[in-house]
Ligand binder design. Structure first.
Ligand code: HEM
Length: 81
């Protein structure tokens, strides 16, 4: 926008988007499900996503986080960090 708050337009009359990097912290942690409450509380009673995942799905995610949230079934294929 210019000093008067009006959108600055390109040659075709479209607003020119100004992009900037926005940092987002992780809601899940490889330290395990208990360290990932920002993710899991969303699915609790009264949470924004209540009922969106079944208890079996939440359990699967919990267990995946508890074993280190690996993307590979073969531990030798996993990247070393
Ligand atoms: C069509 C489906 C979905 C829609 C429209 C949706 C929408 C939203 C919105 C609007 C928010 C931010 C506002 C708020 O916190 O109330 C949010 C946050 C979040 N959603 Fe969803 N969501 C969807 C599906 C899912 C699914 C399937 C998952 C997990 C598997 C998920 C995980 C999350 C998490 C973890 C946050 C919080 C992120 C943070 O704290 O940075 N969402 N979602």
């Amino acid at each position: 926008m210019d000093e008067e708050g009006e959108l600055i337009l390109d040659g075709e009359g479209n607003a020119i988007p100004v992009t900037q990097t926005v940092g987002v912290g992780n809601s899940m942690s490889v330290n395990g499900a208990r360290s990932s409450s920002r993710f899991f509380t969303l699915f609790d009673t009264g949470g924004a996503h209540e009922g969106w995942l079944t208890s079996a799905e939440l359990k699967l995610l919990s267990e995946w986080l508890d074993i280190g949230a690996q993307y590979y079934n073969d531990p030798f294929a996993a990247p070393v960090n």
